[in-house]
Structure formats: C-alpha cells, structure tokens
Design a protein around this ligand. Structure first.
Ligand SMILES: [Zn+2]
Length: 661
C-alpha cells in the first residue's frame, strides 16, 4: 500500500472519529499561547477496532510499527493514544515471562500492581537546535528539531555534541524554543508475585522483580501506589548503571477484579438449611473454618472475627470505613501465626509483612538519575483493599509502632520529602490512604512480659503493658486466645497436631472435604462484594448501644474511653456479620454479634462494665451439632433482650444522658 493511500485512510479516520475537530481545537490552543514552540505536540485517540475496520493495513501498521505509523499522520510530534489492544496472547507482555521483546518497538499490554513511584519532574518534549557557524545557512530556521520518541532518554533528545550535517560545526540549542513536559516513573509487579510470598515468613530480605513504566504528560499522576492497572505501552531497553527493560505508557486503565457469580453448592445447601436463624450459618462457618490448621470447634471466636475482617476487605477504591483491625493476645504464637497466615491467603491482597521490609512507604533516590525521589510502597500500601499481617506487635520498634498507631487512627500516611536531602528547592509532602486491615498478635509468654504483673487490674482486663495503651486501643478488636481458657480445649488441638505430623496432606475432617479452601475463597469474594444497608431497627440499636456504652465507660478525669471510631467499628462489625450471612440487610441480630464481640474486646481493654458479657458469649458451647446450635440461638435471643434492656436503661433518651452528647 502506498504511503499516500495510508495518509488518505488516516485522514478519513480522523474525520470520522472526531480527531480533526480535536486537531483544530489543539491548534487554536497553540495559536493563542504566548510561548514559542519548537514542536507542536498532538494527541490522536486511536481505537484499533475502528481503524482496522476502516483500513486493515493502516491498523496493522499502527499496532506493529507505531513510531512509523505516527508519521502517516503528518506532523512533527504526534502521539497515537490507543484505547485498547486486540485481546490476543501475542499482544500481552507477561511480567513473569522471559525473554521480553524490546526490539520490535510495538505495543504490548501488561498488568501490574504499583509498588513504587517517583515525584513528577520535567522532561524535554522537543527542542530547536541551530548551527553555531553564523555563515552556515542552517544557523537559522527550523532545520534541527529534536523530538522525544517513546523509550528515549533525556540525553537522546538534548545533548551538546550534535554536529551540523552541512559544515560539521557544533549545534547549539535555542533555549527559548524548548518545550517541557511532565514525567513520572512507576514500578509495577505482577499480582502473581504477591501470591508467591503470601503466607511466606522468611526474614531474609527480598524484593519483587519490577518493571519500570514511564508516564509522560497526560499520563502523569494516573497511577496510585498499591492499585493494579492494565498498561498499554512500547517496551524498550534503557541503559542506566545497568541495562533495564522499561515501558513507556501509552494508555492506563484501572483493573477491576472479577466478582464470582455465586458460592459453592455445599455452602448454598448449608445456607438454605440454616435459613431459619440469623446466627447458625456464621457459627458453622467459624466452626469449620481453617480445619487444615486447627480442629473444628476450636478458636471459634477468633475464626469468626478473622472471617468478618476478611469479608470487610474491599476492592472498591474509596471505602476506608470498612477496616477491621485485629490484635490477638496469645500464649500460642505458633498456632496463631499459622492460622493468620492461612487466612490471609483467602483474599487477593493478603500481605504477610516481613521484618526485613518496611510497613510504611520509604524514600530513595531514583536510579534513572532524573532528580526525582522514588517512594517505595511498603507492606501496608501493597495490602490495599486487603489484610496486612504484621506478626508479633512487640517485634516492631517504638517509632514504627507510633507510625502504625497514627496510620490506624487516621487511615492515611504522609511522606515528607526533604528538599535539602534530595537536592530540590522545596520540601514536599504526599499523603496516601491506608486501605487495609492490620492483624497482629502479642505473645503473653515472652520472657520480658512474664516478670511484670500489673497489680491493679480490673475484672476481665488483660495485661498488655510493654505496648503503648493507645496503640492497643486503636485496634478495633482485641481478642484473647489462650489454649488454657475454657474456649480453647487443649486435647483436640494436640490430637490434630499429631495426626497432621503423620499425614501432613491429609484432610482430617469431613468438613474440610465438604468445604474446601477454594470454597471459602469464593464465598468471601462473593460476600465482600454484597451491598448492604441497615434496617431501621439495627441502626437504632447500634446508636443506642454506642451511646449507652460511652456513658457507662466515662470517668470524670479522662472523659469517655470510647472514641468516635467505636461507632465506626460497630457499623463495620454488623455489616461484616450480615455479609458473611450473604444478606443485603443488616438486622438487629447482626448488631447483637457486633456488640458482643465489641464488648468482649472492651472488657479486655478496660475491664468489665454494666453490660456484662462472658468471654465465651458468642460461642457458649464446645460442640456444634444441631441441638447445640438451637440452644445457642435461645441463648443469643436472651442476650438480645439484655442488650435492649441495657440500651433502655443507659441509652439515649434517659434522663442522665441528656447532658452528655
Ligand atoms: Zn552548519
């Protein structure tokens, strides 16, 4: 096909797609601008499907030789912006596969999670050069124009050793014609590499192999740390201290995770069998959950809380309110560690923080030498929309714990970039939302803890000294998990451990065969995407309990122990219980479970209060057959009445209360 025919097709495409009108508008913008430009830059939006339909050869040319194809559009600096690529394997660049094609300079699509990004700096879009010999005809006019092409470094566009073709004198840049654009460098990794390290606890330092993506002009600030994106771009090889494959982004789209259309048949059957009760389904779930790690019937309270925290993880970007942070006090750290590692694997973003890495973002100078500062994500931002399991709370240094507390309370983290340190004129700061739930545990048997015994403990209160009280308070749920307590009988756990030692891969219980890990994964993915709303009754009950609790847990010196976030946690817990029941409506029965869990946690933090809840109130029995489930429902109904009585006595509307809120 002749070049002329291709130009004709390009013109027809521009005409039909509205590109010509956009071209005219862009020209107007340049015409009105006071600045002198060496180069006019135009973006042309290309829909590959439409263009292939119109002219197959031009379409093919754009997809496979994009740099040459831009010339068909007849201007100096044309950037073809693709809406998408054909969904064919040959257009995908798998970040796990080697070797990577960086020689053919064509478009590929790739998908990855942002683990680092730089601040925005300038680059040269285009520059005008003149021959330094005034007698040479090329010392005037626009004969030497240099334009940035995808994948080129700054020195390819602007340098001081270019020579005149006519007289070999050196070329000098006419600075007032230089056109600058914005540039940002991000690093992405494939989501698969996160799975490889999920639940993997090794204290050896490691780093994910990342791919560098250059964002320019309108693409700058389109990517956020922790999010997953589809990027269309042209791979290229850049030589820095070592040679690296990079991609210059052409188009960026946010990846929306797939939601499963349903749950497994066995769970569906279980749900319908238990439909008469609001409490049975979740009780059975907690009972059989993680039977690979602990025998059914043990650690039920903790397992219910883990499931509720998992179901409150969110792929939707803007929800910060849902987080359910859990702190477990235990003397059996090995088992708890295993249980938590197992659980984080059930959501796409369950990150096991390794002590050799950082929880929160860190700064470094970026290796491409552009003066920009690179911000590395850290575990918390990588766990965006998921769980960040940070292991033993006491293993973190004091300053990190302070950072953690501030992040948990504000759900954001701010990074200060000192201009002095990174060679910039001004200080900068960047704030990132922290959209994950934190899980951690405290070892009650650690030698440093055993010797100290607080003397003035209140009934039911837990001794968490050595960890700042404010930090313990900032976790939504504090859970006591000791095998010696009545809720955690020792014998089944011992039997389980022995059987596992004999047959590590074996499924020990009927429940593990009927409800597999994949079934739980699917159930959680389905449940967490349910939109839930509160019934009026449930809403009243939450507010009633919150206000009543605030009032009875107030002392004259420090005011109320219940912060405003308590209400947020109660809402999140109630939602979680409704979601785990696969219900769209939050009922007062869900609020009861939320209140019991929250009150148990409050008792551990501050001691028992008027609304007295036994540590095993949510799971009063050791076994869960049909008969016990029925008895538990009767027991919980009584609890519900007590809660209503408590609200009626101490809640809003009672005389003493009027002055408080
Ligand atoms: Zn010359």
């Amino acid at each position: 096909m002749s070049n002329l025919k291709m130009k004709e097709a390009a013109l027809i495409y521009l005409d039909r797609s509205g590109g010509l009108q956009k071209f005219i508008d862009d020209c107007k913008y340049y015409n009105d601008s006071k600045q002198s430009y060496a180069v006019y830059r135009f973006n042309v939006l290309i829909n590959p499907s439409d263009i292939v339909e119109l002219d197959a050869e031009l379409g093919n040319h754009i997809l496979h030789q994009p740099l040459k194809a831009a010339q068909v559009f007849q201007s100096i600096n044309i950037v073809l912006k693709l809406t998408h690529l054909p969904p064919l394997p040959s257009y995908c660049l798998d970040l796990c596969e080697f070797p990577r094609d960086y020689t053919s300079q064509r478009f590929y699509t790739m998908q990855g999670i942002v683990i680092a990004m730089t601040t925005v700096t300038k680059y040269t879009q285009g520059a005008r050069f003149l021959c330094s010999d005034e007698a040479c005809p090329l010392s005037k006019g626009f004969q030497y124009i240099r334009v940035h092409v995808p994948g080129a470094t700054e020195s390819a566009t602007v340098r001081n050793d270019f020579l005149c073709n006519l007289c070999s004198s050196s070329l000098q840049e006419d600075r007032k014609f230089r056109v600058l654009g914005d540039k940002q460098i991000v690093e992405i990794i494939t989501a698969k590499s996160l799975h490889a390290f999920q639940g993997y606890c090794n204290n050896q330092p490691f780093r994910f192999q990342s791919l560098t993506v250059f964002l320019r002009d309108e693409s700058v600030n389109k990517m956020n740390i922790g999010n997953e994106y589809k990027v269309i771009g042209i791979p290229t090889c850049v030589k820095i201290s070592q040679t690296a494959v990079c991609v210059e982004a052409n188009s960026i789209t946010f990846c929306i995770p797939k939601v499963p259309s349903g749950i497994s048949d066995n769970f569906r059957c279980l749900l319908s069998l238990t439909s008469s009760s609001c409490w049975k389904f979740t009780a059975i779930l907690a009972n059989i959950f993680a039977s690979q790690i602990v025998p059914p019937g043990t650690y039920n309270l903790l397992k219910l809380c883990l499931l509720m925290s998992l179901v409150q993880t969110s792929d939707r970007s803007k929800e910060l309110e849902n987080c359910l942070d859990i702190l477990i006090v235990t003397s059996d750290t090995l088992l708890i560690d295993r249980l938590l590692n197992f659980s984080i694997n059930l959501v796409p973003r369950g990150i096991r923080h390794s002590v050799s890495t950082e929880i929160f973002p860190t700064l470094s100078r970026n290796k491409y030498g552009t003066g920009a500062v690179s911000i590395q994500a850290g575990s918390a931002l990588l766990a965006k929309g998921g769980i960040c399991f940070i292991g033993d709370l006491a293993s973190h240094k004091k300053d990190k714990l302070e950072q953690l507390q501030s992040a948990v309370e504000s759900r954001s983290i701010t990074v200060y970039i000192s201009g002095k340190k990174f060679g910039d004129d001004v200080d900068q700061q960047m704030t990132f939302p922290v959209q994950c739930s934190f899980w951690s545990f405290l070892d009650m048997d650690s030698p440093s803890r055993r010797n100290i015994q607080k003397t003035n403990m209140l009934i039911g209160q837990m001794d968490c000294s050595l960890i700042p009280a404010n930090l313990v308070e900032s976790f939504a749920l504090l859970i006591n998990c000791n095998e010696s307590s009545s809720c955690h009988p020792l014998l089944p756990t011992v039997q389980h451990t022995l059987k596992k030692a004999i047959d590590p891969e074996g499924l020990l219980y009927l429940a593990s065969k009927q409800f597999t890990t994949e079934d739980f994964e699917k159930l959680l993915a389905f449940a967490k995407n349910l939109n839930v709303e509160f019934s009026l009754e449930a809403e009243r009950m939450i507010h009633g309990y919150y206000l009543a609790s605030r009032r009875i847990r107030t002392d004259s010196i420090y005011g109320s122990k219940l912060s405003a976030s308590a209400l947020k946690y109660l809402v999140s817990l109630s939602e979680a219980h409704a979601r785990l029941n696969l219900r769209n409506k939050v009922l007062k029965e869900d609020v009861l479970i939320a209140a019991l869990l929250f009150e148990t946690s409050l008792t551990l933090k501050y001691g028992a209060a008027v609304f007295c809840v036994a540590p095993n109130a949510v799971f009063p029995f050791e076994q869960y057959n049909e008969e016990y489930l029925e008895q538990r429902d009767v027991f919980l109904t009584e609890c519900q009445q007590q809660l209503q009585q408590f609200i009626a006595t101490y809640g809003p509307g009672t005389a003493i209360f009027a002055s408080d809120e």
